[in-house]
Design a protein. Sequence first.
Length: 245
Amino acid sequence: MAPPTIVLLHGFTQSGRSWAETVAALGERYRALAPDLRGHGAAAALRPVTFGTIGADVLGLASAERAERFTLAGYSMGGRIALDLALRDGGAAQARIERLVLIGASPGIAGDGERAARRVADEALAQELERDGIEAFARRWAAQPLFADQPPAVAARAHAERLRASPAGLAASLRGVGTGAMEPLWERLGELTVPVALIVGERDAKFRAIAERMAVDIPDVTVHVVPGAGHAVQLERPEAVAALL
């Protein structure tokens, strides 16, 4: 019997290769599909970059690989895309999703004013990418408090991957699937009919709080806190994430 399929969606500035250590730790337990999402990696030039088009890409990939049902997992941006896909079109995709795994992810920004401010900030960052190029952006992105405690080896690998990214692709991603562009899904969490796992790093206080809030409204949910990890759990503790998967 063929192993079950898991589709892994990467975060902003990453690519499918960011899952390599997690996939290796999964071994033969799963058939892992880790695509490059629009605006990133080999898909950097694909347009438009929207939640709808990326969701269609994910379902199309699964169908092409003859995976009628699959586990869908996403980290950060990839988690937001996975959640949007699960709830899009009245939750139709949940007929194909066996489990939903969200790593360091959120349902978006609930407040209109805060969301509008984030759109302005995302647009400014997109323009910075287009104007100044990838190196200046990569340094600024790595300096966020969210990544402050990353182990040096992890930070170096993440920085190297950012330097391979396309400025135009990342700018399109910010405009199309940035947190400011996302319609908030907080009020729709109760529509999730599949088992949901929320994975967060012990040091990631912001997203631990978000996960705890999400868990209140999701019918079938477990929350997993990975000891010693920060926001990028799958980069810092790939074996632990694989074990949870």
